[in-house]
Write a protein that binds this ligand. Structure first.
Ligand SMILES: C[S@@+](CC[C@H](N)C(=O)[O-])C[C@H]1O[C@@H](n2cnc3c(N)ncnc32)[C@H](O)[C@@H]1O
Length: 251
């Protein structure tokens, strides 16, 4: 069950807001080496490349479907590679990531490892969801615990790896960070109905569950989630509050 760029790009407008907040933290410098982790379809990587003159910007992602869209964006200062965030190395002046680090486990080791990959004066800038109690996530988890879905996935549930907001400030500081910014913000997305919440999560949070279920159980799983979301959000339009952590520091 791969990432689907078209489903993901449906909520471009809503996703633009946290992006604006994140971009405000990027230190604009020329001639730097930049790594964008989980670059997806690459538009944002291209925007970074435009804002950082004469820089070498590389976007990496582990989804070949998402990367297909990046081919047309490549130019001498901008490249994309099929790679897992977990396998990255090298030395960089900026490590950037928008909406991807929550797919990687163990942030206690991930964040220090990324910091070690920065050159002196380098910057880490990242944004990722922090909604541990997000109602849609809870709905998925409830449905995944129903039989036969649960036993088919060996009782597997996505364990959300995101730490508490303050823990990121501590990690950045204890690993030599200065100019530390860490905050948590709720983005109040107004969606037309519960089906839109369903479309949103089917392009992200539902993916690891669908990857573990046989095709024959995809539709029953989807249907149960849709029903649950309609029970949770009965008004139209509805508020889908989305909490995100935004962080930056220099090392
Ligand atoms: C929500 S999208 C964000 C894409 C892009 N950064 C943006 O803001 O438009 C998350 C991306 O992370 C990628 N991803 C998830 N886990 C990953 C991993 N372990 N290594 C590399 N990429 C990963 C997915 O393939 C997807 O393209």
């Amino acid at each position: 069950m791969p990432w689907n760029p078209n489903t993901y790009l449906k909520f471009k407008t809503e996703r633009a807001e946290p992006l604006k907040d994140l971009m405000k933290l990027v230190k604009i410098r020329p001639n730097i080496k930049v790594l964008d982790l989980g670059c997806g379809t690459g538009e944002l990587t291209a925007e970074l490349s435009e804002q950082l003159p004469k820089s070498e910007v590389i976007g990496i992602d582990n989804s070949s479907e998402m990367l297909e869209k990046t081919v047309k964006l490549e130019h001498p200062g901008l490249h994309f590679e099929l790679k897992r965030i977990e396998d990255t190395d090298g030395k960089w002046d900026m490590i950037f990531s928008n909406a991807a680090l929550h797919w990687v486990t163990d942030h206690y080791s991930l964040i220090p490892r990324l910091i070690k990959m920065l050159n002196q004066g380098g910057q880490l800038v990242a944004q990722f969801p922090s909604g541990h109690r997000n109602k849609a996530q809870k709905a998925i988890s409830e449905v995944a615990s129903i039989e036969p879905l649960s036993s088919t996935m060996n009782n597997w549930q996505w364990s959300f790896p995101v730490l508490e907001t303050e823990e990121y400030a501590e990690l950045l500081f204890s690993n030599g960070g200065s100019e530390i910014t860490v905050y948590d913000k709720v983005y109040p997305h107004i969606l037309q109905n519960a089906d839109e919440v369903f479309n949103w999560i089917s392009g992200t949070t539902m993916i690891p569950y669908l990857e573990r279920l046989p095709e024959s159980l995809h539709e029953p799983f989807r249907q149960k989630i849709r029903t649950r979301l309609h029970q949770i959000w009965q008004t139209r339009p509805l508020l889908y509050p989305f909490r995100r952590i935004i962080l930056a520091a220099t090392f």
